[in-house]
Design a protein around this ligand. Structure first.
Ligand SMILES: [Fe+2]
Length: 254
């Protein structure tokens, strides 16, 4: 028992550092990725952003289409639900065998032996960020939120289970001191090309557990910045739901 718990604790602490601390320094990683991305811009433009065979989108065209959508967040009327649907549609057209993406996935795959969840930013802009996240089989990211942000997760390979939660208040339900109620609003097993989304107000808290070696493409809009990282929380959930409420759990924010 001790070893297993200790292992999970170490994993969690490592993930927390990766997630909360390494996001900003990875700006630097983007700089190294940019030249290769730019090299494909010409090719993308020449094909008007589409592969002739099946209408799939080149990487660069995909980025520009997402960027155009993400720019709408500055409008008063920005609708996050529509936004995540729109970029999900774009992600559904992304050519997963695009050389830029294949190269990035291969690079991150080389880090698999590290025994931790790997992150690699491919694009970091003012309006959105795009990163690859790689899990070994059985690895988890504990429940956490994304303050004021939307997220879209595209499964590029593997198989991963994800559950989403909303903070909730239920009259007449007593909550332990220092705890909140989380309502599980969805659970899905993502396989290649499957997508999961969250917005600032819906499904914002999620947890992930890889059934197989898995690679995800994550788009956060707006992206993490210092303030959002500081506002982020991990949650410890009670193992059992509240009596009589199958999808409601007591949780403590950390
Ligand atoms: Fe997340």
């Amino acid at each position: 028992m001790g070893i297993a718990i200790q292992y999970l604790f170490v994993m969690d602490e490592y993930d927390r550092r990766e997630f909360l601390s390494l996001s900003l320094p990875s700006f630097l990683g983007v700089l190294t990725a940019l030249p290769s991305l730019c090299a494909f811009a010409t090719r993308a433009n020449a094909a008007e952003g589409r592969l002739p065979e099946d209408g799939a989108m080149h990487w660069e065209a995909f980025l520009e289409a997402v960027s155009k959508e993400a720019g709408k967040q500055h409008l008063d009327a920005w609708n996050q639900d529509s936004y995540v649907q729109n970029i999900s549609r774009l992600a559904g057209r992304l050519h997963l065998e695009d050389p830029v993406l294949l190269d990035a996935l291969a690079q991150i795959q080389a880090r698999l032996v590290n025994g931790k969840v790997d992150f690699k930013y491919l694009e970091q802009r003012v309006d959105f960020s795009l990163c690859l996240v790689q899990f070994d089989e059985g690895e988890i990211i504990r429940p956490h939120d994304h303050p004021g942000m939307t997220g879209m997760i595209l499964c590029a390979s593997g198989e991963i289970e994800t559950s989403n939660y909303d903070l909730t208040e239920i009259p007449d339900v007593q909550v332990s001191e220092g705890h909140q109620l989380l309502k599980r609003v969805g659970t899905a097993v993502l396989k290649k090309n499957d997508i999961s989304t969250l917005t600032a107000k819906a499904r914002n808290i999620h947890t992930l557990k890889a059934h197989k070696v898995t690679q995800l493409v994550d788009i956060f809009t707006p992206p993490y910045d210092k303030e959002r990282i500081e506002q982020s929380h991990w949650y410890s959930l009670s193992p059992d739901p509240v009596a009589g409420l199958a999808n409601v759990f007591e949780a403590k924010a950390e």
